[in-house]
Design a protein around this ligand. Structure first.
Ligand code: PEP
Ligand code: MN
Length: 351
């Protein structure tokens, strides 16, 4: 990772750097974080000769060789000052909530507008709404592209930013063109490296955020962080890691709750952790418990399914969406608890 002397290299400086690296078959990827840019060396092996050449340039402060397998997402990376904006909040630091329906019902769009207003009222910072849905059965409702318009209208009506899941290149492209604020990569796609790369490439240099769910069958935390590294390595550092429960489930729950990996993730990487308790426990009455546990573990935010009238919802909503009044109380209590958890988080990060 190349650290420039000034916050950002000029075009001429970058050009010179790219030319030198090309002699060694290495590519330079600029990554613009908040207030500071870094330049990643992208190649299998970086020779000492290349390092010496680059270190000798007058506009280079130094080159960091990071030991962790995730060179860009490691806590010791220079990107660790990067903050991600969700509405008015900046994470890590503030606490953010992304809430809304599992699935937008294109035949009942007024429910979605009502939900959008209710999550705003409850104190959420971003609205979520599923346009395309990954369903276990091919006979279940798969989502509908028309719902993208509904999601955009909800943003216009409430002024809140919006999040939705994309499962392939086409969906990602439609969302980027429409200016969706946050793209969600779901648990089933968490190991789809091509999709991670495409999304990183498409959102490079934009303020589009990427919420990456932990795949249900992911192993060590490094596997999760490396999946995020795919997005960052394409030039977009606006990545959030989202534990959402793993398989096999804990008996009685939808998945095996995994909010407990939060402090571990936060020790290893600078990326904010936004936990999804809804898919983890899978039942509305358990969601507040899992949500508060995640905050106590040091989460920077929560992703919560909420519906103005859960019983009228489709997809996961009848079972696991919380009502707006539960959401409002949960957000109030989470913000309090988040402040208290920060002290212990600093200790676990050796600060
Ligand atoms: C969702 O957020 O509605 C969803 C399908 O989540 P996951 O990818 O975690 O199953
Ligand atoms: Mn869902």
């Amino acid at each position: 990772m190349i650290i420039p002397l000034h916050p950002r290299l000029s075009d001429a400086e970058l050009h010179e750097l790219v030319e030198i690296a090309a002699e060694f078959n290495v590519r330079i990827q600029p990554i613009h974080g908040e207030g500071r840019s870094v330049y990643a060396l992208m190649g299998d092996e970086t020779s000492q000769e290349l390092i010496n050449r680059i270190e000798g340039l007058p506009y280079i402060e130094r080159i960091d060789r990071i030991q962790a397998p995730y060179k860009l997402m490691a806590r010791e990376s220079k990107l660790s000052d990067h903050r991600i904006t969700i509405g008015q909040r900046k994470i890590p630091g503030d606490f953010c909530v992304i809430a809304g329906q599992c699935t937008i019902d294109p035949n009942n769009k007024n429910y979605f507008f009502e939900t959008a207003h209710s999550v705003k009222e409850a104190g959420a910072d971003m609205i979520r709404g599923g346009v395309w849905k990954p369903r276990t059965s091919p006979h279940s409702f798969q989502g509908d592209a028309r719902s993208l318009e509904i999601l955009l209208e909800a943003r216009q009506r409430t002024g809140l930013q919006i999040n939705t899941e994309v499962m392939d290149f086409e969906q990602a492209k439609l969302c980027v063109e429409a200016g969706v604020d946050c793209l969600q990569i779901g648990a089933r796609s968490g190991l789809n490296y091509r999709l991670l790369q495409e999304v990183g490439r498409m959102t490079k240099g934009t303020n589009i955020r990427v919420l990456l769910k932990r795949a249900m069958h992911m192993g060590p935390v490094s596997e999760f962080i490396l999946a995020g590294e795919y997005v960052v390595a394409q030039g977009n550092p606006n990545i959030m890691l989202c534990p959402r429960g793993t398989m096999p489930p804990l008996e009685g729950y939808r998945n095996h709750p995994d909010e407990s990996i939060t402090p571990l993730l936060k020790e290893k990487t600078w990326a904010p952790v936004v936990v999804d308790p809804s898919h983890s426990v899978g039942k509305a009455v358990y969601v507040p418990h899992a949500a508060l546990a995640a905050v106590a573990y040091g989460a920077d935010g929560l992703l919560i399914e909420s519906h103005c009238q859960p019983k009228k919802g489709i997809g996961d909503d009848p079972k696991q969406a919380v009502t707006p009044d539960v959401l409002a109380q949960l957000i109030r209590e989470s913000r309090e608890l988040h402040k208290r958890a920060q002290h212990f988080l600093k200790l676990s990060q050796g600060a």
